[in-house]
Design a protein around this ligand. Sequence first.
Ligand code: ADP
Ligand code: ZN
Length: 620
Amino acid sequence: MPSTPAHTETSFDLEQALGVLRKVFGYESFRGSQQEIIEQVTSGGDALVLMPTGGGKSLCYQIPALLRPGVAVVISPLIALMQDQVDALTALGVSAAFLNSTQDLDTRRRVETAFLEEKIDLLYLAPESLRSEYTLRLLERARISLFAIDEAHCVAQWGHDFRPDYLALSMLHERWPSVPRIALTATATQATQAEIATRLQLTEARHFVSSFDRPNIQYRIVAKAEPKKQLLDLLRTEHAGDAGVVYCLSRASVEKTAEFLTEQGIPALPYHAGLDAGTRARNQARFLREDGLVMVATIAFGMGIDKPDVRFVAHLDLPKSVEGYYQETGRAGRDGQPSTAWLAYGLQDVVQQRKLIDSSEGDLAHRRKLGTHLDAMLALCETVECRRARLLAYFGQEQAGQCGNCDTCLSPPESWDGTVAAQKLLSTVWRLANERGQKFGAGQAIDILLGKVTPKVTQFRHEELKVFGIGGELRDVEWRGVVRQLLAQGLLAVEGEYGALVLTESSDEVLRGSRPVPMRREPEKAARAGKAAKSPKAKAPVDLAPEDVPVFEGLRAWRAVIAKEQGIPAYIIFHDSVLRQIAADKPADLAALGSISGVGENKLAKYGEQILDVLRAIGA
Ligand code: ADP
Ligand code: ZN
């Protein structure tokens, strides 16, 4: 062990890198910009990597870690997930370890020794441990091959829990100027990219920005009617037995939804910050380890979750921003298999989010920023164009044409001229304010337009208003759609505790007739369900022939036993996609098995014979 660490420039040998990719990971070729990134870091340069979830970021530091002398230090924010990360590498035959505050002293000492003696290739650390002098001195005594900073957007996001610890990481550059650093994130905005580079002093780093498209995810945004029932329909008709995440805004709705699904026979677990740490850790571990569980969660759940076979992400409430929506939905389908991102959104969501913004802490500028984020999210919800194109455009990426795998592409919504409807609604709000000095929520305005004689209408003598009963051409739900779209377009606003409707500066242009208001028609339910059946669920990359399904199930059952024995998540042994390929190919010997993508040398040696036995037993 050298007393003063020497950092040599390692030259990059493509053949050697490909050898590691094939032998250790069992993959044939690099994907996207992996090769360039690995070359940059292996030869001693810094890199800032923006790549979507499932894009293959881990290899970008794991392969250089194996190629460069010394030990790679990986900064990863979630202590609860370090064990899984290390287990996944161990299963590949790579020696790795982590240090964190949950370990006893003995274990820590053992890991420290292995680190100093270079018995491991990767050491995982939580960012907060780099604020301890003890850890820094430990690092100074070792030969570090590179620093990998995972989830690097933590440094850029205002109010992020891990932000203070991440900000302190700028010292890595000062203390270890010659050790290459690679920062990685799945967050796509240019603002975040710039801020990561500045905050982490990655001034010399090469930036690698991948396409943020996730073609295997089908984006769908539906009008919220009976959200729980709609969710149940989705799970029963399209995702029976699948693992997925359901996001809710509040802890109470997380609890209620999890209970509801469980009552309906769908295994579901709650996760939110109000649960004690033990319960949260247990639920998370079960979600990762067991097949087919649904996690109902607030956005406190999900960062760093590497589970590859999350088949759907459903939102029962409107996300606060497009970034949030993209990150949350991005947790579906890391394995590249078809997956669904489904969001139910309604008028109440807009009212609620505006209320949250109005009552949020922070100055006016901050509230305005939140408002801008919400507006972008609303625009995505109300668009009549391809959702994916919209989403990518938000991140500054172009997409040619229609994607063919989102709800607006699959069943194009009609647009209609909503100008007159908008005028009717806005004049109702105007009359209430100017003739009566009153403000009411959407419900009352709609009752007035529909000419409903409710107790509240009678109480306020609203039947005497000139607009009473002038809106019979639309149904209640359609009027709600009108209000929602006016809110989304900034032609109407809500205020106060009860979401009272008020006019905006732009309302006037509509009332005067100088601004047309195109609107999206609510698709009829039946039409939608019919179209949804055409969804490309059947386009799975390895679509199993019916006779291969029992083989796949047999392999899965074998995997479940092994996972249980070893106490690791099933996907660490083999992903579903690998088992599918094995079921389809039915390799007759080890050589044939080893040539399947995702079967590396270590796993072949460890599980190869067992798999061939399973195949023989099933008679495949
Ligand atoms: P990210 O961290 O970017 O979300 P991962 O590193 O977890 O993505 O990779 C996503 C999946 O893609 C993993 O199952 C990984 O093993 C697989 N993968 C990564 N690189 C390749 C490659 N070159 N060929 C085939 N599969 C790959
Ligand atoms: Zn589309």
